[in-house]
Each structure stands twice: as C-alpha cells, then as structure tokens.
Design a binder for this molecule. Structure first.
Ligand SMILES: [Zn+2]
Length: 266
C-alpha cells in the first residue's frame, strides 16, 4: 500500500535542537521525533510512508528566505517541502510567485502562529494570488492546543474563503478544524473542501470519525499525521482501525494526494 503524509514538520538540524524543546513547552506536548529530516525519513521507512509534505511556518517576514533556501535543499523524491511566507511581508505577492517558479507545489500558513484571521481582507488578496499561481495551500484550521481558543480559523470562516475562491486548492487540517468538529459537521462535511486527518482520530470517537469521513466527498480526504507531534505509525494504526472500504482507504492514503501534488496541469 502506497502512502503520502500530507502534513509533517521538520527543521534544519541546528534549528530542530532549539525549536523542538521550545515548541514542546509552548504546546505542552512531547514530540515523537527530534524534528530532523533524518528522523522523519527513518519514521517513513519504518511505517512504509513513501512521501511526506513538510510544512514550514514563517512566524515573521524575515523567515521567508531561510525557509525557501532550506526547502530547496531538502526537496527530494520523498520529501515535498511547502514553504511559507508571512502575511505582513511587503513582498508577499512576489514571494508567492517565487515559490511557484522554484517548482514547489504548495504553501503552509498558520493563523495562530502567524496571527491572522482566515477570512480577513488582507488574506483574501493572498488567497487570490495563491489561486492564480495554482499552488496548494495547507492552512491550519480549528483551534490549536498551544493557543487560547479564539475563533480565527473556524469552519464558518473557512467556508467564507471557499465561497470566494471555489478553485483554491485549500487543504484544511485535523479533519476540517481541530476540536471544532460539531461545526465541521454543520458547515464543511459534504462540501468540496480538502481535509487531512491528523490529530483527529486521537480525539474523536471512532464511529463518529468514520461517519464524518464517509459523509465527505471521497476525493477530498487526505492522510496526514502532523509528525513529529504524533507518531506516523500510530496515526496510521488509528486510521486502519476505522475499517473504511479499501478503495476509500487507498484514495485517502495515496491517490487523492498524488492527484493534488502531481497532476499534469499543476
Ligand atoms: Zn502541523
């Protein structure tokens, strides 16, 4: 069985040594790996994961260049980096063009770490540009365990974005929106919006997670783990325990992501 993990994190080795303990403290969570690419690759080997998308997050404008440089270095058959920019970067539109020109498939943005509201005006202009460049956007959605529970990335706001940009290749995280699953069911399930499943199966009752997945368009669910904040193998086990029809399993684990990432028109 072929597997693509659409949502992981890693850092340059020297950054990982500092960043992981800091993020562990902020999020009150223990990482399962040390945040280095080599560790992610061994985890992928161990659990039969063919490719992982690495989501970077620029928490300030100056992080754009180092993130882009590193993303180019690590780009490989198995590692698919999604660079990031900060929304307050004065060159934000040029950044999006550059990311596309460099051949990257997508971008990662995180409303809590970067401090924006997903449907605010400034962001709409950014999504418009991302859409025009035909890039994928992995957007953290729902609450975040490291932050106070303010509603800046909830299902209603996500759908406001989708209404304006129906063609935006938007991937929402954590089965639509972390710990806001009542609203996911109310506003998102059944709509053509991508969701990856990281950090949801650990929190949702198995039958409910299964019901939500089965009620969503089968092309729009993706496998993601948020490694190193979860163990790729554990997420995979939880996913397999749902006992979804095997055709759907295959779509979620590989085919949907493959189509998004490697479609010819991209
Ligand atoms: Zn993440």
């Amino acid at each position: 069985m072929r597997i693509i993990d659409i949502h992981t994190h890693a850092f340059p080795d020297n950054v990982a040594e500092k960043a992981i303990p800091l993020l562990e403290e902020e999020g009150k969570i223990k990482a399962k790996l040390d945040g280095k690419i080599s560790s992610l690759l061994s985890s992928m080997d161990k659990h039969g994961i063919e490719k992982s998308v690495i989501c970077s997050i620029a928490t300030k404008p100056t992080q754009y260049n180092p993130i882009l440089k590193w993303s180019k270095e690590i780009n490989s058959e198995r590692i698919i980096p999604f660079p990031s920019f900060h929304q307050d970067d004065p060159f934000v539109f040029e950044r999006i063009e550059e990311i596309k020109k460099e051949g990257f498939k997508g971008i990662k943005l995180h409303p809590y770490y970067q401090k924006f509201v997903v449907d605010e005006e400034k962001m709409m202009k950014i999504y418009d540009k991302i859409c025009k460049e035909n890039l994928i956007l992995v957007l953290h959605t729902g609450f975040d365990f490291a932050f106070e529970r303010v509603k800046i990335a909830d299902p209603e706001k996500i759908m406001n974005v989708k209404r304006v940009f129906p063609n935006l290749k938007l991937i929402t995280t954590h089965l639509g929106a972390w710990e806001d699953w009542d609203n996911v069911e109310k506003y998102m399930i059944g709509k053509e919006v991508y969701m990856e499943i990281s950090f949801s199966l650990e929190f949702l009752e198995k039958e409910r997670a299964k019901r939500m997945i089965l009620a969503h368009p089968s092309d729009y669910i993706l496998f993601g783990t948020d490694s190193p904040w979860t163990d790729q193998g554990e997420t995979l086990n939880l996913f397999k325990k749902l006992k979804l029809p095997s055709e759907l399993e295959e779509k979620i684990l590989y085919l949907n992501a493959e189509k998004l990432l490697f479609q010819k028109d991209n």
